[in-house]
Design a binder for this molecule. Structure first.
Ligand code: CA
Length: 229
């Protein structure tokens, strides 16, 4: 069951919306003031917001803008004035839909359902896609942070994983130890570029069949390392 937040200062309208949405099976919270509405929108676990434009405290433009910076849930904006709807569109605040008052409550419920269904699909698809690099029997799942060689999982430390996935993500390019050190360790380490050499050695021991004859990370003498394509 989805949680819906209504930010609306006209109590009779807010209650009408609430009644219809609850009948449709949604959990509804009402807030009648802009400032409180923004706080509730940010802190609460809502899947959709119905946002009035003209509100005491803080207007709907500002609430929409601030919520959008943090959350990608659908925002349905309502206003008494047709001109305001054009203004909302023009500002590109990231609202998903607009309705002019008065609107039929069943139309509102239909739109809420449509937006929630679309949002759910987006979230699901987003969850499903792991960023994976696959190359000659090795699979690096960057989302799950797991490495497999010929289906067998290899356990790498955080930095080993970062280094391997960086190199594999930029195949056929030579990186110097300096570049790799800056890329993976940044300024957080007291180590030096020898750290890179040590980590490459460890990675090879874990992923290569024969660490002396590496098939994945090549040493380019006098230059650095390159991930073989
Ligand atoms: Ca209002």
């Amino acid at each position: 069951m989805a949680n819906i937040l209504i930010i609306e200062d006209e109590i009779s309208i807010a209650e009408l919306e609430k009644d219809y949405l609850e009948l449709a099976g949604f959990q509804v919270t009402m807030v009648n003031d802009g400032q409180k509405g923004l706080l509730e929108a940010m802190a609460g676990d809502y899947q959709l917001i119905i946002l009035d434009l003209m509100l005491p405290g803080l207007d709907g433009f500002e609430i929409c803008r601030q919520v959008r910076e943090e959350k990608d849930i659908p925002i349905l904006m309502v206003s008494a004035k047709k001109e305001d709807i054009d203004k909302i569109r023009g500002l590109g605040l990231g609202a998903d839909d607009y309705m002019t008052k008065p609107f039929s409550p069943s139309e509102l419920v239909a739109r809420v359902k449509a937006h929630l269904a679309r949002y759910e699909r987006l979230v699901k698809n987003h969850d499903k896609v792991n960023e994976v690099i696959e190359i000659r029997g090795m699979k690096i799942d960057k989302t799950a942070r797991r490495v497999y060689v010929n289906e067998e999982e290899k356990i790498l430390t955080t930095k080993e994983f970062d280094l391997l996935s960086f190199l594999a993500g930029h195949p056929d390019r030579v990186f110097t130890k300096d570049e790799l050190f800056r890329e993976i360790w940044d300024m957080e380490s007291f180590g030096d570029i020898a750290t890179v050499t040590v980590h490459i050695k460890k990675i090879r021991e874990k992923i290569e069949e024969d660490a002396a004859k590496p098939q994945y990370i090549e040493t380019i003498w006098g230059k650095g390392y390159r991930f073989k394509v």
